[in-house]
Design a protein around this ligand. Structure first.
Ligand SMILES: [Zn+2]
Length: 829
C-alpha cells in the first residue's frame, strides 16, 4: 500500500466526514481472491477532489453518486474521487487478493487438517486491501459487515451477529471506529462462550488447537472477567463495545491487536505443549493490555500517529498494573522491570531514538517504526513515574474526564495534559516537555561516601548523554539493606524527588550506619539507567540471592546486564554472577530473562576463544537450577530450555530424545523435542533426515514452523543457500515461515560458514523490501540481520548500505539500530 503522509491525512480530514461503510464480502471462492461489494457514505465539501485507499485485483464496477467512475481512477493503491457532492455514496464491486503476510485479509491453511482460516488486519495502512476506505485514524465511521462464506464456517466481527442463514452472516453496525480497527475472522473456528456482568464473551481458535483451548479457557475467561471488573472500577465509562471476543489466530504479526469487541492474538498464546507460569503471566498482561485499548485507542483514538503513545504507553502501563491488581499474576511489575524496560532503554539509546510523543510523525512508514520499546515500555515507565508524581486519584480523575470529553472521537497529547493538569491541580506542561517531548535516557548513579562506620554523604548523580543534555525530575526510591545471619533485610526505604540540577543529596543517610547494600530505584518508579555505588555493586554476588523481594532482584539484574551492554563490565563477570546467583533464583521470569539475555550477550560480546567456556558456565548454572527446581514445574522447564540453548553435550540431548536420563518430572513433549532437535541441528548433529523424520511424526502447524527453523540452522552449505534464497526471494512463503527461517539462519557456532552471507545481507535486502511489505518486511530484515557476525567489516558494509540514496526507511532503521548495537559489541570486545 502507498504510504499516507501526515499532510495528506490532514488535508483529507478537512474535506471529508465519513458516516458509514457497508462491506459485503464473498469468501466462498477457493483461489487466492475474494469479492468485496462495499458502500461508503460520506460528506464532503461540494466540488472537492480527494481519494480513498483501494487496491483491487479487478474492478467489476465503481459508481460515485450513481455515476460510473472509470477504472483508470484506481492507481497505486488509491481511488481518485472527483467532483464530490455534500452527501456522497461510493459503491464498489471488485475482486481483492488474500494476503500471506499478515496484512489485509490473511489466508491460512492448517497443514494438519487442510482447513482454511482468515483474519483481517487493516493496520496501519492496509484498509484498501479489503474495502475502499479513508484509511486514517481520525476519519471514524460506523462499519456494517455482511459475509457469504462456507456454511460450516464461523464468522465474527466487531459488530454483533444479527442473523445467520446457512452461508450468510449479517452483523449490526458498529459504533464509530477508526478504519485500522475494523476486524473480522472467518473459518471453521472452535468456539467457547461465556458471559460476565452482562457482557457476552467468546474465545476462538483453529480446530486443531481445540483441546488446548478447552484446557486453558477457564484461566483465560477468569483473567478476562477479573480485568473487566478492574477496568470498570477504574473507569467511569463502562466497556463500550457490546461483546468481548478474543480470537487466537495463526501467523499474526503482532502479539495481539485491540480491535473493539474482537481482539485478535497470535495463537502461540495457546501453546499445544506445556505452558510455563511466565507464559501464563505474559498472556494475562496482554489480555489486560488489549482490554485497556478498548478505552485508550478504541473509544478515544489518537488523531494521527504522533500520539501513538496515547495508545501503547497507556495499554502497556495498564496491562502490567491491572494484571497485578486484579489477577493471580501479581509479579507483572517484576517482569516489566527486567524485561520490558530493558527494551525501552535499549531503543532510547539507539540513533533512531525519538520522544515518547514526537511532535510530528511524517507518514505511515515512520509510524510503523515507532511501534518500538519507546512507545511501549519507556512510555509506560514514564506513566508509572507520572502516577508516582501526581498521585493515583488525580491521575484516574484526569483520565476519566479525558474519556468523557472525547468518547467515540479523537484526541491529542494536549487534550490529555489539559485533563490531567486540571484533575491534579499541577501544571504538567513542563513535566511533559522534559519527559514526553525529548528523547534519550538519564543515568542515575549512587555515590556513597563513608566516614568509618557511618555515611558522610549519599547522593544520586544524574547525567545525560552529550547530544541530549536534558536532565529531568525523577521520583525515586533508595532501599537501605543490611545483611546478618544469612538474611538480607531492608532497614529503610527513602523516597525522594531528584531535581534537574544533576546531584541530589539524601540528607536522611548523613550520619546513618553504613549498609551492606544501597538499592537505587527500589520499587522501580524511575525510568533511567541505574548504577549502584561501588561497595553495593561489589556486594551483589553475595547478597543478590538473599534478597527476598523479586522486584529488587530484577532491578539489580537489569542494571548488571545493562552495564555489560555498555561495555562497563566484561561479559565474563556477568557469566560468573549467573553461576553464583541464578541457581538460587525462584522467580521464573528472572531465570528466563537472565538466561536468554546472557546467552545473547555471550554470542556477541565473547571472543571465539572465551565463548566455549562462557557457554559451559551458563550450562552449569542451568544444571544447578534444574537440580534445585521442583520436578515438572515451570522453573525446571525454563532451566531446561536454557540448558539446551547453551550446552554442547549432544549425547545428553540425543539421549533425552530417546527418553534416557531425562530429569525427573520433565515431560519431553512435542515442542521440547523440537527445541532439542534445533540445538542438535545448530551443532551439526541433526541433519535434514532427522528433521524430516521428526516432521513426519508431527504434521502440524507448529511442527511445520519448527522444521523451517531447523532446516535453516543446519550448518550445511546447500541448506544455508536454500534458506537464504527463501528469506530474500520466496514470495509464496508466509510471514511466519520467512521469519522463522531467518531466525534459524545466523548462528554464532557457524561463523566461518556464514561469512559470505554478511555481504549478501547488505546487497540483497533492498530487493527483498520490494517483495514484502509493512511489518512482515520489517520483521524479516530484523530477524535476518547478521547480529552475531561482530566485526569491523560488518560495520563497514552497514555504513555503505546506509549511505545508499533512497534506501527504504524500514530497512534504514533496522540497519542503523543493529549497527549501533554492533558498535557497542565491537568496542567491548
Ligand atoms: Zn497495544
Amino acid at each position: 500500500m502507498p504510504t499516507l503522509t501526515r499532510a495528506e491525512a490532514a488535508d483529507r480530514a478537512s474535506l471529508v466526514d465519513v458516516e458509514s461503510y457497508h462491506v459485503d464480502l464473498d469468501l466462498t471462492g477457493d483461489g487466492d481472491t475474494f469479492r468485496t461489494r462495499a458502500v461508503a457514505r460520506f460528506r464532503a465539501r461540494s466540488g472537492a477532489s480527494t481519494f480513498c485507499e483501494f487496491e483491487p485485483v479487478e474492478v467489476a464496477s465503481i459508481t460515485l453518486n450513481g455515476q460510473p467512475v472509470p477504472p483508470a481512477a484506481v492507481a497505486g493503491g488509491r481511488l481518485a474521487l472527483d467532483g464530490l457532492a455534500e452527501e456522497n455514496e461510493l459503491v464498489v464491486d471488485a475482486t481483492m487478493r488474500y494476503s500471506n503476510n499478515g496484512e489485509g485479509l490473511h489466508r491460512y491453511t492448517d497443514p494438519a487438517d487442510g482447513s482454511v482460516y482468515l483474519y483481517q488486519h487493516l493496520f496501519i495502512n492496509n484498509g484498501g486491501r479489503v474495502l475502499p476506505c479513508f484509511d486514517q485514524p481520525d476519519l471514524k465511521a460506523s462499519f456494517r459487515v455482511s459475509v457469504t462464506a462456507p456454511a460450516d464456517w464461523t464468522v465474527a466481527t466487531n459488530g454483533r451477529l444479527v442473523s445467520r442463514d446457512g452461508g450468510r452472516w449479517e452483523f449490526a453496525p458498529t459504533e464509530r471506529i477508526s478504519t485500522y480497527l475494523a476486524s473480522l475472522i472467518a473459518g471453521p473456528w472452535h468456539v467457547r462462550e461465556e458471559e460476565h456482568d452482562g457482557i457476552p464473551l467468546a474465545l476462538y481458535i483453529r480446530a486443531t488447537l481445540a483441546e488446548q483451548l478447552d484446557a486453558q479457557a477457564p484461566e483465560i475467561f477468569e483473567v478476562t472477567k477479573q480485568c473487566l471488573d478492574r477496568f470498570h472500577e477504574m473507569f467511569e465509562i463502562r466497556y463500550p463495545f457490546g461483546h468481548y471476543q478474543q480470537a487466537f489466530a495463526p501467523e499474526f504479526n503482532f502479539g495481539a491487536m485491540e480491535y473493539p469487541g474482537l481482539v485478535v492474538f497470535r495463537d502461540e498464546f495457546v501453546p499445544r505443549s506445556t505452558i510455563t507460569e511466565t507464559e501464563r503471566e505474559h498472556r494475562a498482561s496482554v489480555i489486560a493490555h488489549e482490554m485497556a485499548h478498548q478505552w485508550f485507542g478504541d473509544l478515544v483514538t489518537m488523531a494521527w500517529w504522533d500520539d501513538l503513545w496515547l495508545n501503547e504507553s497507556f495499554a502497556e502501563y495498564l496491562g502490567a498494573r491491572v494484571a497485578a491488581e486484579a489477577t493471580r499474576f501479581t509479579g507483572t511489575w517484576t517482569t516489566f522491570a527486567i524485561h520490558r524496560k530493558a527494551w525501552g532503554l535499549r531503543a532510547d539509546q539507539r540513533p533512531s531514538t525519538h520522544p515518547v510523543a514526537p511532535a510530528e510523525v511524517a507518514d505511515t512508514d515512520q509510524a510503523l517504526m515507532n511501534f518500538d520499546g519507546i512507545s511501549y515500555a519507556k512510555g509506560a515507565s514514564v506513566l508509572k513515574q507520572l502516577v508516582a508524581w501526581l498521585g493515583d486519584e488525580p491521575f484516574l480523575a484526569g483520565v476519566n474526564a479525558h474519556f468523557e470529553t472525547h468518547a467515540y472521537g479523537n484526541a491529542t497529547l494536549a487534550d490529555l495534559l489539559r485533563a490531567l493538569s486540571k484533575a491534579g491541580g499541577r501544571d504538567l506542561s513542563g513535566w511533559a516537555e522534559l519527559w514526553l517531548r525529548r528523547a534519550q535516557v538519564n543515568t542515575l548513579r549512587l555515590e556513597a561516601h563513608r566516614d568509618g562506620d557511618v555515611y558522610r554523604e549519599v547522593a544520586v548523580v544524574q547525567t545525560a548523554p552529550e547530544d541530549f543534555p536534558t536532565l529531568r525530575p525523577h521520583r525515586i526510591g533508595v532501599g537501605v539493606y543490611d545483611h546478618a545471619g544469612g538474611v538480607v533485610t531492608r532497614r529503610e526505604l527513602i523516597e525522594t524527588e531528584l531535581d534537574a540540577t544533576g546531584r541530589t543529596v539524601l540528607p536522611a543517610l548523613a550520619g546513618a550506619p553504613v549498609a551492606d547494600l544501597l538499592l537505587l530505584n527500589d520499587g522501580d518508579l524511575a525510568y533511567g539507567k541505574i548504577r549502584l555505588d561501588d561497595e553495593s555493586a561489589a556486594a551483589v554476588p553475595l547478597l543478590l540471592p538473599l534478597l527476598g523481594d523479586s522486584l529488587a532482584r530484577a532491578i539489580i539484574w537489569a542494571s548488571v546486564l545493562d552495564a555489560v551492554v555498555d561495555g562497563e563490565r566484561p561479559v565474563a563477570e556477568l557469566v560468573a554472577l549467573v553461576l553464583a546467583a541464578l541457581p538460587a533464583e525462584t522467580e521464573t521470569v528472572i531465570v528466563e530473562d537472565v538466561l536468554r539475555a546472557t546467552r545473547g550477550l555471550v554470542d556477541r560480546y565473547a571472543t571465539a576463544e572465551t565463548r566455549p567456556a562462557a557457554l559451559e558456565l551458563i550450562a552449569q548454572a542451568a544444571d544447578r537450577l534444574i537440580a534445585a527446581s521442583e520436578p515438572g514445574g515451570s522453573r525446571q522447564l525454563i532451566a531446561v530450555r536454557g540448558l539446551i540453548g547453551a550446552t554442547v553435550d549432544t549425547a545428553r540431548l540425543s539421549g533425552w530424545l530417546d527418553g534416557e536420563n531425562v530429569p525427573e518430572g520433565l515431560v519431553v513433549d512435542a515442542d521440547l523435542r523440537w527445541l532439542i532437535l534445533y540445538r542438535l541441528a545448530v551443532l551439526g548433529v541433526a541433519g535434514p533426515d532427522a528433521i524430516e523424520a521428526e516432521l513426519a511424526g508431527d504434521r502440524t502447524a507448529t511442527g511445520e514452523q519448527w522444521a523451517f527453523r531447523c532446516r535453516a540452522a543446519v550448518p550445511d552449505p546447500a541448506g544455508k543457500e536454500a534458506a537464504w534464497a527463501a528469506i530474500v526471494g520466496d514470495e509464496t512463503l508466509s510471514n511466519r515461515l520467512v521469519e522463522l527461517t531467518a531466525s534459524g539462519f545466523w548462528q554464532a557456532e557457524q561463523r566461518e560458514l556464514l561469512e559470505p552471507y554478511v555481504a549478501r545481507y547488505f546487497a540483497e535486502m533492498p530487493a527483498m523490501m520490494r517483495i514484502r511489505s509493512g511489518m512482515s518486511a520489517e520483521k524479516t530484515v530484523l530477524a535476518a540481520y547478521p547480529a552475531v557476525m561482530v566485526s569491523a567489516r560488518t560495520r563497514e558494509l552497514a555504513a555503505e548500505l546506509l549511505a545508499t540514496p533512497e534506501l527504504h526507511p524500514l530497512l534504514h532503521r533496522v540497519v542503523l539500530d543493529n549497527d549501533d548495537d554492533m558498535r557497542r559489541a565491537v568496542n567491548a570486545s
